[in-house]
Write a protein that binds this ligand. Sequence first.
Ligand code: PMP
Length: 384
Amino acid sequence: MCGIYLDHQSCCPVDPRVEEFARRYSCIDFGNPSALHSRGLAAKTAVEEAREKVAELIGAENPESIIFTSGATQANNLAIRGAALRNAARGKKLLASQIEHISVLNPHKDLKKGGFELDTIPVDGMCVIDISSLERLAGKETVLASVMYANGEIGTIQPIKEVSEIVHREGTLLHVDATAAAGKIAVDVQKEGIDLLTLSSNDIYGPQGAGALYVRPGVRIQPAIFGGGQERGLSPGTENIYALAGFGEAARLARLEMAEESRRLQAMRDALMDEILKIDEAYLTGHPSQRLPHHASFRFSRIEGESILLTMDAMFNIQVSTGSACSSRTLEPSHVLLAIGLRHEEAHGSMIMTLGRQNSISQVPAIASATEKTVERLRALSPL
Ligand code: PMP
């Protein structure tokens, strides 16, 4: 099926080089890494090599600071539940930005039932975190603050170094969900002062079913689920060797190719934004420049994002998104779009295009023309 795929934020294809690299771990070196025989040792070696490659992508102090998980959701739960419960003697206050992913917001909600207090940090109209609110809300009893690196729905990149300096003044731990940002822009946990960082394999063209939590050496967390001793007991269960080996290789490729690939995609993204913003009553959402290089997000008045998505797919074979894939079936307006101050009816008209390795700037005229025709058609049918 040809067509133009522009929904890399919700799912990336596995890079063929990653697939080629990882294949042997599902059929040759497939042993259980805890087993002492040669197949087990080969698998164990693959996991440790993957750990090194992931650590290098984010500038971690050492490979041991990487805890593999089944994905970003598990890593976020481990970071939040693990840090809050382990350090509760210090205080029971938590902070999170208003635009966090649902896999960050829901563990917080659950902790509130157990007696933790949660303050949320607002964002401005371009989705940048409000630093003065952070300064006001951060306090000595705050155990953990969660601020995502970049928002997957509207692409805005947060000033993480500044956030880190503020929360560390009070001794609060900083958790950063870098699922959308890693592999697209340089992320350096040491330079930016990050204590806990979430990553996902598929978001960097690795297999699904793998992710990681970086835990700064010295930071203490407890498991969020219980089992055997794998991953220092923090993420127990038999490792998914194929996915982890692929994740490592995807991280290595991302580290080597990120700068050039991001320049290429940013040129395409800028051209696309120029064209689409010529459409009547089309608006950019998020920051015009402080945003992920492959990310374009818009809203159109008087039409629904779901109708845009379905029409673009059915008539033009172009796949776009209208919000977080994790909540897109609820038909509720996105909490991120409401947080930047859009009214419900404005938030309903959103369309997100996230570009990837298979896209090229030569596709821009076709995408822009399909979008224009879709918007015209839907407005002609719209009762609004
Ligand atoms: N955090 C962010 C920022 C995301 O965009 C996503 C979804 N890709 C997740 C966490 C959860 O990822 P997963 O569904 O792969 O666990």
